[in-house]
Design a binder for this molecule. Structure first.
Ligand code: GDP
Ligand code: ZN
Length: 338
């Protein structure tokens, strides 16, 4: 690595206390000092900005990946989430300072905890979101899949459907399960089945995510953590590596993390993901997230809501079986939410 924040910071002529490579509890006072804006201005003048991915978010800052190193960074950018690419500059005391955030390619969000009408980003620049379901314990709930699909597409992310715990599926149930999943196959999205316990099918899941930045979403208990561990046995160690210290010198674990697998796949693992998908979609645009509606026969009214209007092509397609009735029911359910 040719960029060393400690070395670069020597260019800045101002008294600095002894430098330490990482945050630690004794750093408390200096941490507070360098959060002041002048530090950022001095750093920005050096013109020594580098791009880095955010792999963790902590109180008062974030953890960035620079080459093979994970470095705590502080700065004025508050709306940074895991997966963001930020420009960092060396600060005056050897700290790394976030100067700004680059535009996001994709963003997954959820309603803000204090105000459900506000959007709250939880992960950025994710390529694929893997919706994990299980067919048993807990049972398959396709309604949740439909809800996730809308939220995923809204963020510009590609969906993958992963049916976990296939080791629990009896041979006699397989036809029924396949029938319930067929609408998603028809939508053209990758559908894989696997078992985190027996590792059956894990390779087909790996192929769908290889080299990409991905998140696992789904109901609690379907096996997201087990899949992450099966794909990356040392994942928990990685997550531990983004532990850092808050402004009061307390050891805090990050609220989110990004784990890199050997093949370059990056798994975003954030608690916020668990409530992802509860975002209320604007009714006017909901139908645009059901791509199968576009290939239905034309409706009499161009702005048909596909709910009660006469001569609706979508409802005719549902009746003829061209559009999956459970998918249409999911549309009606999401449409009636407020
Ligand atoms: P999460 O809440 O989605 O992260 O689910 P977990 O990974 O914690 O898994 C919930 C439970 O399901 C645990 O007891 C796992 O051991 C179990 N489990 C996960 N994957 C499989 C699987 O493929 N087969 C079976 N039989 N059990 C599994
Ligand atoms: Zn219609």
């Amino acid at each position: 690595m040719d960029w060393d924040p400690k070395r670069s910071s020597k260019k800045v002529r101002r008294p600095t206390p002894p430098r330490r490579r990482h945050w630690n509890g004794e750093d408390d006072a200096r941490f507070e000092r360098i959060r002041r804006p002048p530090a950022i201005h001095v750093a920005a003048r050096t013109g020594d900005a580098r791009e880095a991915s955010v792999v963790g978010v902590v109180a008062g800052g974030c953890v960035v990946q620079l080459g093979s190193e994970r470095i705590p960074a502080i700065g004025a950018v508050t709306d940074v989430v895991v997966g963001d690419v930020v420009r960092i500059v060396p600060g005056p005391t050897g700290k790394v300072v976030v100067r700004d955030r680059l535009p996001r390619r994709t963003v997954l969000s959820r309603p803000h905890p204090d105000n459900p009408r506000l959007e709250h980003a939880i992960a950025a620049n994710v390529d694929r979101a893997v919706i994990v379901v299980s067919t048993r314990s807990p049972p398959l709930r396709t309604g949740l899949v439909d809800r996730f699909l809308v939220a995923i597409e809204r963020g510009g992310v590609e969906p993958v459907l992963c049916v976990n715990k296939v080791d629990l599926v009896e041979a006699s149930e397989r036809v029924d399960v396949a029938a319930r999943l067929s609408p998603y196959v028809a939508l053209g999205m990758p559908v894989v089945s696997c078992s985190a316990s027996t590792c059956e099918g894990l390779e087909s899941l790996r192929r769908e995510i290889s080299g990409r930045t991905v998140v696992f979403v789904g109901h609690s208990g379907v096996g997201k953590s087990s899949l992450t561990n099966a794909l990356a046995p040392d994942a928990h160690r990685d997550v531990g590596a983004v532990r850092a210290f808050d402004g009061k010198g307390r050891h805090t674990s990050t609220s989110s993390a990004l784990v890199t697998l050997e093949d370059g796949t990056r798994l975003v693992d954030t608690p916020g993901i668990r409530s992802f998908g509860l975002w209320r979609i604007d009714r006017g645009i909901l139908r645009s997230y059901f791509p199968e509606f576009a290939s239905a026969p034309a409706c009499r009214f161009r702005d048909c809501s596909h709910i009660a209007e006469p001569d609706c092509g979508v409802r005719r397609a549902v009746e003829s079986g061209e559009i999956s009735p459970p998918r249409y029911q999911a549309f009606l359910r999401l449409q009636s939410e407020e």
